[in-house]
Design a binder for this molecule. Structure first.
Ligand code: HPA
Ligand code: ZN
Length: 336
């Protein structure tokens, strides 16, 4: 038993730094968009979709995730997807988000880059005005594709560069080492973008070293396999390099067999800047609150630990010091 309740965790102001917008596509919206766009889905009902969401590893999930994204065709579809996620955030007191989007999943199907980014950013702007949720957008490259394809995507992003804060790297980690993207990351940094990358989810701790040294990332997405390398753990702690950890994702994709085996709180107690995030909530059984609740249920999360996890997210976010102070003050005023 944990000293925190679900409603306390839901009320706690929170910040999300690892969320794939395409992974927030709920089955209900998938059906609605399929109907609107005249697309035949290989499922007959929401229940059938949910039954298909049993994964043994990352690739099992990715196959179904890319298939789901096919229903996204028009600017309004990307708006509706993003807005639904932001409304969910509002209902869970998430006050700042830094979502990822995967342009190649859409441009490879003939959807214009501008259609994707305009729909997403219109929803993010509306959320700032109507829901008081601030945001920064991160554009991911798919690592199973070539570096040339990533360069092409970066070129398409240039007219919209003021709407993008950072680049990231996602999709199949095993067999796709980060150094494949060294040059395109260098180009992104020259364009003024920050960098993050998925590393150490299924791949080895070595990949975490590479994204630090080669890709010069400000944060590591997942990074849970850092515990295999004590020198790396020391480095992460000394340099305050944040990890965006996704507990429900990690158990659904069998990175850990059980939540009780998850290492997030061990790393927290060791002084690593770990944060809680939902990754692909429509596929993994929960948004921010449910991820915190999972830690309470299986790892006896304490109030102080929950607060420290949020403080870590605020510190690790890509906003200026004024907004960080504002978020810390809001957190302070709401905890009791
Ligand atoms: N890992 C890699 N790629 C992804 C993920 C993930 O957890 N979610 C969506 N794309
Ligand atoms: Zn992810």
């Amino acid at each position: 038993m944990s000293e925190v309740t679900g409603s306390w965790l839901n009320d706690l102001p929170k910040v999300e730094l690892h969320l794939h917008l395409e992974g927030s596509l709920e089955p209900e919206l998938m059906f609605k968009l399929a109907q609107r766009n005249n697309i035949k889905l290989p499922f007959d009902s929401v229940e059938q979709i949910q039954e298909a969401y049993i994964f043994n590893n990352l690739q099992d999930f990715l196959d179904i995730y890319y298939q789901g994204a096919n229903v996204l065709q028009h600017e309004q579809d990307f708006y509706d997807l993003t807005w639904a996620y932001l409304e969910k955030c509002h209902s869970q007191n998430v006050i700042h988000v830094e979502p990822f989007f995967d342009p190649q999943t859409h441009t490879d199907r003939g959807i214009e880059f501008s259609v994707v980014i305009k729909g997403i950013t219109r929803a993010l702007n509306d959320a700032q005005k109507q829901l008081d949720i601030s945001s920064q957008l991160i554009m991911c490259f798919l690592r199973h594709l070539s570096e040339d394809a990533a360069f092409d995507t970066l070129t398409q992003a240039v007219p919209f560069i003021d709407k993008i804060k950072a680049v990231g790297l996602d999709s199949s980690e095993q067999g796709h080492p980060p150094e494949k993207f060294s040059r395109v990351y260098k180009k992104a940094r020259e364009l003024g973008l920050l960098t993050v990358a998925h590393a150490g989810e299924e791949g080895p701790a070595d990949y975490i070293w590479t994204v630090i040294n080669d890709l010069k990332v400000s944060r590591i997405d997942h990074g849970v396999r850092a515990v295999d390398d004590s020198a790396l753990m020391l480095y992460l702690k000394k340099n305050s390099i944040p990890l965006t950890v996704c507990p429900l994702s990690n158990t659904r994709l069998k990175v850990f067999d059980n939540m009780s085996e998850h290492n997030i709180l061990v790393m927290l107690e060791q002084g690593i800047c770990v944060t809680v995030n939902s990754d692909d909530p429509a596929y993994f059984g929960g948004y921010m609150t449910e991820n915190f609740i999972a830690l309470a249920d299986s790892l006896s999360l304490t109030k102080n630990q929950a607060i420290q996890l949020v403080l870590n997210s605020i510190e690790a976010s890509f906003v200026d010091d004024i907004r960080k102070a504002e978020m810390r003050n809001l957190l302070e005023s709401r905890i009791n």
